[in-house]
Write a protein that binds this ligand. Structure first.
Ligand SMILES: [Zn+2]
Length: 129
């Protein structure tokens, strides 16, 4: 049975996202509630590139307790709408990082939101046109 929200020690001392959640590192926060926090990526691929992380430290989607999956995804929906409306983006590329590289080992599960204009997506997908 998955751990219940709030009953799991999660505060990693090495995770950069946990440090932001604890207020030990600054970030440009764009959304927060009791479950999650969203902030601008420090090395954005596009202006408005945001990251959404659960306040508890879970490294993968599989680690996320079932009761949190729906609420976290609802926050992802809110953020996606806000990014598209606020930045007049044509769409949003949304990805979930699950230890995608050695540099991500020990970091939180996170949702990435990349606001896209059709032309920009073409540049990323196929290179300059
Ligand atoms: Zn963390």
């Amino acid at each position: 049975m998955p751990d219940a929200p709030g009953n799991r020690p999660h505060e990693s001392t090495t995770c950069a996202f946990c440090r932001i959640i604890r207020g030990e590192e600054q970030a440009a926060i764009v959304f927060e509630d009791s479950l999650s926090l969203a902030f601008l990526d420090r090395r954005p691929l596009f202006p408005g590139h945001c990251l959404l992380v659960p306040r508890e430290h879970f490294e993968t989607l599989a680690d996320l307790p079932a009761p949190l999956v729906g609420p976290l995804f609802q926050n992802a929906q809110l953020l996606e709408r806000a990014i598209e409306e606020g930045l007049a983006a044509d769409g949003t590329f949304v990805a979930i990082n699950n230890r995608v590289s050695q540099s991500y080992v020990g970091l939180n599960l996170l949702y990435q939101f990349l606001p896209l204009a059709s032309r920009l997506f073409t540049l990323v997908e196929w290179g300059p046109v």
